[in-house]
Write a protein of this length. Structure first.
Length: 345
């Protein structure tokens, strides 16, 4: 696909033509990019309703939509300078074009055509570099692929890390022996109630560990989770899984599923049960029972912590970037960098 034949426009997501909305879904479903719910139209629409206005770059070839990339304006003075970011900001774990095979366009050129001065982004998946997206400062992302079946995966993990598997099984038995039978639900029967409990536990975790600017400390971000939970879109639907002893919630996870990929987004556990590694036990149950919901791969997002690496068998790279277009874009980039340097942004 020749970049000079592409023309990019900017459209508010609630004014996107139904044919373009359908084309976006179709391109994501085709699988030319990694199936990430964060890159779906449903996710961007939920952000638009709960966090703030979302605009979409629509790349066209001879009038036909061949690529989509949603954005939102940064809050505060960076936004007034014209700096944009992925929709949802810190909530969003993937960024890039949803486009047809062979799509490639210099990002600065797309921004110039669409009248977007500047974009700051993280979580750019590695294949996006071949689509004209610039990126630097790579970070590792980890995945757990069990497309060959959960039993085969667990057997392979036992061969690779017998100590981890034995320890997980031992902690599970000890938890049940000392506290009672474990109840696991891949989809909790009271999803909204379970989500409220998860948010409370997560906020307590943030406070306990001293997290500055916790993602769920923003009301719009909490509303985003509630908006995504009831979605039935196969390209982006919320799933809350829980682990209980009796009625007590000891671990939970809220994530987004896109086709057979579950993005592990907000895991949490009750600190009183930390000695049993309830988060690890929950993840094991998700892997064991995921096939019933069409789950065959769990994406852990960016980061290479021991807890994420325990069950991982694939890795890839995420990139970040700050791209400007034209004189206003250059000014916005300089302003944002100055803000970072002096702690204003």
């Amino acid at each position: 696909m020749a970049a000079e034949r592409l023309r990019t426009e900017r459209v508010r997501i609630d004014r996107l033509a139904s044919a373009d909305r359908a084309a976006w879904d179709g391109l994501l479903a085709q699988g030319h990019q990694f199936p990430a719910a964060f890159m779906s139209a449903t996710y961007a629409e939920a952000v638009h309703r709960t966090v703030g206005p979302v605009q979409v770059l629509v790349a066209r070839e001879q009038g036909r939509a061949v690529g989509f990339l949603p954005l939102q304006r940064l809050a505060g003075w960076p936004g007034r300078l014209g700096v944009h970011e992925p929709p949802g900001g810190v909530m969003t774990d993937y960024f890039g074009w949803v486009a047809q095979a062979g799509f490639a366009q210099p990002f600065a050129s797309a921004l110039r055509q669409a009248g977007v001065p500047c974009v700051y982004f993280t979580h750019l998946d590695q294949p996006q570099l071949d689509m004209g997206m610039p990126g630097d400062q790579p970070k590792t992302g980890l995945r757990t692929n069990f497309r060959g079946g959960a039993e085969a995966y667990w057997a392979e993990l036992r061969e690779r890390d017998r100590k981890l598997v034995s320890d997980t099984e031992r902690r599970t038995k000890r938890l049940e022996r000392e506290h009672g039978e474990i109840r696991f639900a891949l989809d909790d029967p009271d999803p909204q109630g379970a989500l409220e409990q998860l948010i409370a536990l997560k906020l307590a975790q943030y406070a306990r560990t001293g997290v500055r600017r916790p993602p769920l400390g923003v009301s719009g971000h909490r509303a985003l989770l509630h908006a995504l939970l009831p979605s039935t879109d196969p390209l982006c639907h919320g799933r809350i899984s829980t682990l209980r002893i009796g009625e007590r919630l000891i671990a939970a996870h809220f994530g987004l599923q896109c086709q057979d990929v579950l993005h592990f987004w907000f895991p949490v556990y009750d600190e009183a049960y930390a000695a049993y590694s309830p988060g690890r036990i929950l993840l094991r149950h998700v892997i064991q029972h995921g096939a019933s919901a069409g789950i065959a791969l769990i994406d852990r997002g960016v980061g290479d912590s021991p807890a994420k690496r325990d069950f991982a068998n694939e890795e890839h790279r995420f990139y970040k970037g700050l791209v400007g277009a034209g004189p206003r874009g250059a000014l916005a980039r300089q302003g944002l960098r100055a803000g970072w340097r002096f702690g204003w942004a």
